[in-house]
Design a protein around this ligand. Structure first.
Ligand SMILES: [Zn+2]
Length: 382
């Protein structure tokens, strides 16, 4: 990871660069901030910069032997400790090294911006809580007792030292108290209150602030092809947290996708075009169950919005502009004579999808029944 790949954080970057230039690299540092501030990205960029064979005044070269290995997180003098759990793969002895492939993938796919939940999913831990066990400290002490392979330094990146238990922390303390020369610990944490105090007191704390709005907005424009206006709006709502901003972008993209699916679907339903309805159920069955359930929630949201629209309490309306235009034409078809049946239809479908029913059949079934419901006359209106 290069410093220029880390979003914003210019002040911290220059502090880190200066520490290297002035040869006052402290042996145990804590990068403290939310995962969306880029605390891990900064630690990785710092490690790469320290080891780069051809560094400039502000960044690593990106192409020397050391950088090439850092880019893939495979430098032999770069070690990782992160929380793990006892999965099938760990066979009773979880250890970071067993999950290095998954870890590298997770870091590289996300440019080092991710949460503990994402690690949990990646390691397939099935809701087991993650920990750094004593075995991990034993292992790292063993590794650090060997000579470094290629670099002047040996660097250990510890992600989430909050997850050390007493035994593993006490074991690690010994090497933090009597540091070997040219051995660095870069710890990356979110909540210093959850770190065992004796461990915390051995580290130099670097507080990582939220990302400045301008840098965050520029990065959103580059990564998600947003307009300047969209990007700066999301940046201003995300408290300098890239992960929060990313989730905003993803939510609005999903909504756009659902909106176009729903409008297309309703067009076929109004025409009672059975072939298109069959095609729709085939298309949506490819989306995956989570997405299908979200789509059904979205349909229920539009049905509720239609009712609100019809009964004149417009200030309750939570629709986007696109949806509002669509609802002008669609809402009159949802009324007192069919709304309860329609809601039940979607709620049942949600229930069956959750229980692994065949989604192609479930969606075709709703399509046909809903097509019929749309033809029910509203007898309350002339
Ligand atoms: Zn380099």
């Amino acid at each position: 990871m290069l410093f220029k790949q880390v979003i914003g954080q210019n002040e911290i970057k220059s502090r880190l660069v200066n520490a290297v230039k002035e040869d006052r690299i402290s042996h145990a540092q804590l990068f403290l901030g939310k995962p969306g501030t880029g605390n891990l990205a900064l630690a990785l960029a710092y490690a790469q910069y320290i080891m780069c064979e051809n560094k400039t005044g502000e960044d690593s070269c990106g192409v020397c032997d050391s950088c090439v290995k850092h880019n893939k997180l495979i430098h032999p003098d770069l070690h990782f400790i992160f929380p793990t759990a006892n999965t099938d793969k760990a066979k009773g002895k979880p250890l970071s090294d067993l999950f290095l492939t998954e870890w590298r993938e997770l870091v590289l796919e996300n440019n080092a911006y991710f949460t503990l939940n994402q690690l949990q999913d990646k390691l397939d831990t099935e809701n087991k809580s993650l920990l750094i066990p004593e075995r991990e400290s034993t292992e790292i002490i063993k590794k650090l007792s060997l000579k470094s392979y290629e670099s002047e330094y040996k660097i250990v990146v510890v992600w989430m030292p909050e997850k050390f238990n007493n035994d593993s922390a006490n074991k690690l303390l010994k090497i933090l108290e009597e540091p070997e020369p040219k051995t660095l610990f870069l710890m990356v944490a979110q909540d210093s209150g959850l770190i065992i105090p004796t461990l915390l007191s051995r580290t130099q704390v670097l507080k990582i602030s939220p990302i400045d709005e301008k840098s965050l907005s520029e990065s959103l424009m580059n990564q998600f092809q947003l307009s300047e206006q969209q990007a700066s709006q999301i940046a201003s709502q995300s408290d300098g947290d890239f992960l929060e901003a990313k989730s905003c972008v993803e939510t609005s993209e999903t909504e756009k996708q659902f909106y176009s699916l729903f409008t297309e679907w309703m067009r076929s339903a109004f025409k009672a075009d059975v072939i298109s309805l069959i095609q729709f159920s085939e298309e949506i069955s490819k989306l995956g169950r989570e997405k299908q359930k979200q789509f059904i929630q979205y349909c229920l949201h539009l049905i509720r919005e239609s009712l609100i629209n019809n009964y004149g309490t417009e200030n309750l309306n939570k629709s986007s502009n696109n949806e509002k235009q669509f609802l002008v034409n669609f809402a009159p078809f949802i009324h007192g004579e069919n709304c309860i049946n329609a809601i039940e239809l979607f709620e049942n479908a949600h229930y069956h999808i959750e229980r692994n029913g065949n989604s192609k059949i479930i969606f075709l079934d709703i399509s046909l029944k809903f097509t019929k419901l749309l033809r029910v006359k509203n007898s309350y209106v002339e």
